[in-house]
Design a protein around this ligand. Structure first.
Ligand SMILES: Nc1ncnc2c1ncn2[C@@H]1O[C@H](COP(=O)(O)OP(=O)(O)OP(=O)(O)O)[C@@H](O)[C@H]1O
Ligand SMILES: [Mg+2]
Length: 462
């Protein structure tokens, strides 16, 4: 390169440690890696590898699964957590089990023999681009216990610090993450944060809301189609697998995806390739998958909404976003954060009185952070210079449901399913607000999208 940017001048030569007992593989790998501008050290056994690690800490380790003196994975314990090299496992048999287990234990990627050199080139490119990322994550991790925020996520409660810890560990890997949690707990924000701290952060982040797209359109949205594959397909359409290439694909509300499509998705996850609708060509994907659901995944499996095999494939790593009522310590910090955001867009600073803060802390927040954000916003609009409890929504200052809603009580019997209780509450609230979906969603503390999904379901079941 003729004009080096300051950051590339500072960047040292990346270093790779290659561990394989087959000398032919070892030297061909080393040559390829060196051609990519890496320096290399080589080892034929675990013992050799440990010696090499003491000499120099690598940016990437290419690690054979089986070595003469033990399993390659044993080396993971010897790696310096501060420098956290990318570990690429090289395995003879395409055994998904050992690869998935390896991803859980911190391996970034795996390659099966015979080696796909193109894929390896992509990985090496990512490693050399992301030397800065390692340091950034290392710095983030060391300050985790004092952090008020991580990416776009705000919160100081121990439960959130645990979330930050998990995100910092899983982000730099290629592992699929299933993000669970009630509506409004920050699953979208968590997904974006994982992408922002991943090796793919310079690539696209594509979110597909599986609940908001009609079942007839979702298949083309995912797979894309060839020209002329059906009436109206007048040109080729790139689906999300293609649009998310070298980036992250977020399958939001994955339990709302039609079951036949879940089968097809599973096949893509397992084979790493797909074909466009109406096409013949098999296209390899280069995508990291994240998925979310606001249902309990085990319940969704039991109710037949989520295929069990897909569930196991998605939850290589499960990230649970805790409800706000279980991290009350975050209420004040979040409220202040939202007030700052509003002040910077509206221009006027307004503060919460201690009494208003108490009221916020006493409420149970069924709609989680989204409900808090909306309440703070409406209080800001209603209040003068200071936000007193009077400016807060009725249900918040009352510490429970407002009287007008209690008048419209619903009947709940022991023996009912949660789904039925939920249905009754939604229908009653909707009727209380004369059919206003916006008011209903806001009162129930769920997103409009979730409300639409539920109503659509009820119509289908009727
Ligand atoms: N920890 C957080 N810090 C700052 N903002 C947050 C946090 N958690 C959630 N939010 C904000 O709250 C709102 C709801 O969050 P988000 O959309 O991520 O929830 P969700 O879990 O995906 O909900 P749903 O299941 O309804 O899709 C967003 O405006 C988001 O920016
Ligand atoms: Mg969401």
């Amino acid at each position: 390169m003729s004009s080096a940017s300051p950051s590339s001048e500072e960047r040292p030569t990346p270093h790779a440690l290659i561990v394989d007992d087959h000398s032919g593989t070892l030297s061909s790998l080393a040559e390829l890696v060196e051609r990519h501008g890496f320096s290399t050290s080589r080892a034929g056994s675990l013992a050799d590898a440990r010696v090499q690690l003491k000499e120099r800490s690598p940016d990437v380790v290419l690690l054979d699964l089986h070595l003469p003196d033990g399993e390659g994975m044993n080396l993971l314990d010897d790696l310096d957590p501060a420098s956290s090299p990318a570990v690429v496992l090289i395995t003879g048999q395409a055994s998904l089990d050992s690869a998935v287990d390896a991803l859980r234990r911190g391996v970034s990627d795996y390659l099966t023999k015979p080696l796909d050199f193109d894929r390896l080139r992509v990985i090496l490119g990512e490693v050399s681009q992301n030397q800065g990322l390692k340091k950034e994550i290392g710095d983030l991790r060391s300050a985790l216990s004092e952090r008020r925020a991580f990416g776009e996520l705000v919160g100081i409660d121990a439960r959130m610090r645990e979330v930050y810890d998990h995100i910092s560990r899983v982000s730099p890997t290629n592992a699929t993450v299933l993000i669970t949690g009630e509506s409004g707990t920050g699953k979208d924000v968590a997904a974006r944060t994982i992408h922002a701290y991943s090796r793919r952060r310079r690539g696209p982040f594509v979110a597909l809301n599986c609940g908001a797209i009609s079942p007839t359109l979702i298949e083309t949205e995912i797979f894309g189609h060839e020209r002329g594959s059906f009436t109206g397909a007048d040109r080729r359409h790139r689906g999300v697998f293609e649009r998310a290439t070298r980036g992250t694909l977020f399958l939001d509300e994955v339990t709302e995806m039609p079951l036949d499509l879940q089968v097809k998705l599973l096949r893509v996850l397992e084979t790493g390739s797909f074909t466009r609708i109406g096409g013949e060509e098999s296209i390899s994907i280069d995508v990291r998958f994240l998925a979310s659901t606001n249902r309990k995944p085990e319940d969704a499996v039991r109710d037949g909404r989520l295929r069990e095999d897909l569930y196991y494939r998605l939850k290589v790593f499960q990230l649970a976003m805790p409800p706000l009522r279980e991290r009350k310590g975050d209420i004040g910090v979040l409220a202040e954060h939202f007030l700052e955001q509003i002040a910077s867009s509206e221009g006027t600073v307004k503060r919460l009185t201690p009494e208003a803060l108490d009221a916020l802390s006493m409420y149970s927040w069924p709609g989680n952070v989204r409900e808090l954000k909306n309440s703070v916003y409406s209080a800001y609009i209603l209040a003068g210079d200071e936000i007193t409890p009077e400016a807060l929504p009725a249900e918040v200052k009352g510490g429970g449901a407002p009287d007008s809603v209690v008048e419209h009580a619903i009947r709940v019997n022991v023996g009912m399913t949660m789904a039925e209780v939920e249905r009754r509450l939604i229908v009653a609230t909707l009727s209380h607000f004369d059919g206003s979906k916006a008011k209903t969603a806001s009162m129930l503390g769920i997103s409009l999208k979730t409300l639409y999904n539920r109503l659509q379901q009820y119509r289908q079941q009727a």
